[in-house]
Design a protein around this ligand. Sequence first.
Ligand SMILES: [Zn+2]
Ligand SMILES: [Zn+2]
Length: 177
Amino acid sequence: MAALIVNTPRKVQKAKYMRQVILPDFPIEGGCQCGKLRYRLNAAPVMFYLCHCSECQRHTSSAFGESLRVLAADLEVTGKYATTGRLSDSGKWRQGHFCPSCGVRIVHGDLKTDELLNVKAGTLDDPTWLAPAGHIWTLSKQSFIAIGGDELDYPRQPDDGYAAIRARWDEMTGGGH
Ligand SMILES: [Zn+2]
Ligand SMILES: [Zn+2]
């Protein structure tokens, strides 16, 4: 008998232990490896989560993607960037912007039209304050990644439009965005 897979978090109870995030003073900055493509984030992010889908594993050439979701209006990108894209399963054209000199991606989303963008958080000058509010696509996570029993863990895309992850991020950071 096939297991019933429900696209909701495996664990939704209140965490016994929740990492607190102390937001830095904004603006904060980040950029590519060679330094030609830079960005500045002028206000607190909307949320931070990790994506364990196979596309994120491929484009990061690592185990997961780090998505720092921000309001496009709060993000300034400076320097020359190139854009790549792919058609997602949902039929949406998903763009990634990267430095043409060193190849590092700094942001996902349409820089001209999207209200929300995903900064690739590993490119922050100081990423040490971050802790994820949730994990998505853990159905395809690498076997050596351990997710805590009290963390939000979605086998696939969250079916609540990221509401639970966003609420948890607000709790972790001590207030709404
Ligand atoms: Zn570069
Ligand atoms: Zn992904």
